[in-house]
Design a protein around this ligand. Structure first.
Ligand SMILES: Nc1ncnc2c1ncn2[C@@H]1O[C@H](COP(=O)(O)OP(=O)(O)OP(=O)(O)O)[C@@H](O)[C@H]1O
Length: 306
């Protein structure tokens, strides 16, 4: 069986500028993949090409081993970043329209529309006009539209970025459920969203893939020892902290706004004993000492060059 999706050498050039600059990856069926990257990384353009809405300048997309064609549109569900709705329609009318556009017959449409509206928690609002829906309800309606024809692959462009925390939570929980049954690719610039629901992460930076792997493989790959340190704001203590960064066993130092210092070290055991011994000898009032490893946030910042 070929992978669900095989993307190779995908490029998109706008006005001579590469926006997507040679993306290649395979996706197996049943996975939930986060397309993670800062603004302008090329996520929307990639998703639009994967949805068959935009032609690549170069490269190919194979769905179950075959080039994408007309029948592909029935296999995918797509939720754009800022979906536009007809506010005068009811939610039900909108979903019925979406299901008819996807080629379903009247009877099948009615059954699927009711089921998907209920699944998205919109059954009570189904006969109300969309104009009166909250942002979270509109996004759930957008998901219902993308799901109504039971697609094999769901493509969601920043599905939670415009929502308040409650709307965000609702959608993330739905995504977790949907991800159990359907293959999903969703874009986000928030690492935490990716960590919450996805199996795999594709980190994009300037139109390219900076990192690609399962959550755990990325964590393992970047598993560098890090010491987190905070001292009381005293002259000697701060001076000592300052000199620490010049020591050879410290590979990198980063100061957080609250005065916490993150030290990437070569070898945890020796760094830990030197730091604790010196702090004890000098009577440094330590407020925090933590021996850990890089968070995925750091991996992300490193991979996208932030
Ligand atoms: N139709 C277009 N014409 C010209 N330039 C475009 C077009 N679409 C996107 N771009 C440019 O391509 C770059 C990547 O855009 P894209 O929207 O794909 O990134 P993104 O990662 O989705 O970012 P965001 O999170 O801001 O939506 C941007 O610099 C954008 O200005």
């Amino acid at each position: 069986m070929p992978p669900l999706l095989q993307v190779s050498g995908l490029h998109k050039v706008f006005h001579g500028q590469p926006c997507v600059d040679g993306i290649s990856f395979d996706m197996e069926s049943g996975r939930c993949v986060a397309l993670l990257g800062p603004n302008g990384a090329g996520k929307t353009t990639t998703l639009r090409m994967l949805a068959g809405l935009m032609n690549p300048s170069r490269g190919s997309i194979l769905f179950e081993g075959k080039p994408i064609g007309d029948s592909y549109r029935r296999q995918i569900g797509y939720l754009p970043q800022s979906p536009s709705f007809y506010n005068w329609m009811t939610g039900e009318e909108y979903i019925l329209l979406a299901s008819k556009l996807s080629g379903m017959g009247r009877k099948e449409s009615a059954g699927r529309a009711a089921a998907v509206l209920e699944r998205m928690g919109l059954q009570d609002a189904a006969r109300r006009r969309i104009g009166g829906y909250s942002g979270g309800m509109k996004q759930r309606l957008g998901l219902a539209q993308a799901l109504v024809h039971a697609p094999r692959l769901l493509l969601l462009d920043e599905p939670v970025s415009a929502l308040d925390p409650i709307g965000r939570r609702e959608i993330m929980e739905l995504l977790r459920e949907i991800g159990k049954e359907t293959s999903v690719i969703f874009s986000t610039h928030v690492l935490h969203d990716a960590e919450e629901v996805c199996d795999d992460i594709i980190m994009m930076s300037r139109g390219r893939i900076a990192e690609h792997g399962t959550l755990s493989s990325l964590r393992a790959k970047y598993n560098r020892p890090v010491i987190t340190l905070r001292v009381e704001e005293q002259k000697e203590a701060l001076q000592w902290l300052e000199t620490l960064s010049t020591r050879s066993f410290i590979l990198e130092r980063r100061m957080e706004v609250d005065g916490t210092v993150l030290l990437k070290v070569q070898d945890m055991e020796s760094a830990r004993s030197v730091i604790l011994r010196e702090a004890a000898e000098r009577g440094i009032p330590l407020l925090r000492f933590e021996a850990g490893s890089l968070s995925l946030e750091d991996v992300f910042m490193e991979a996208v060059g932030g």
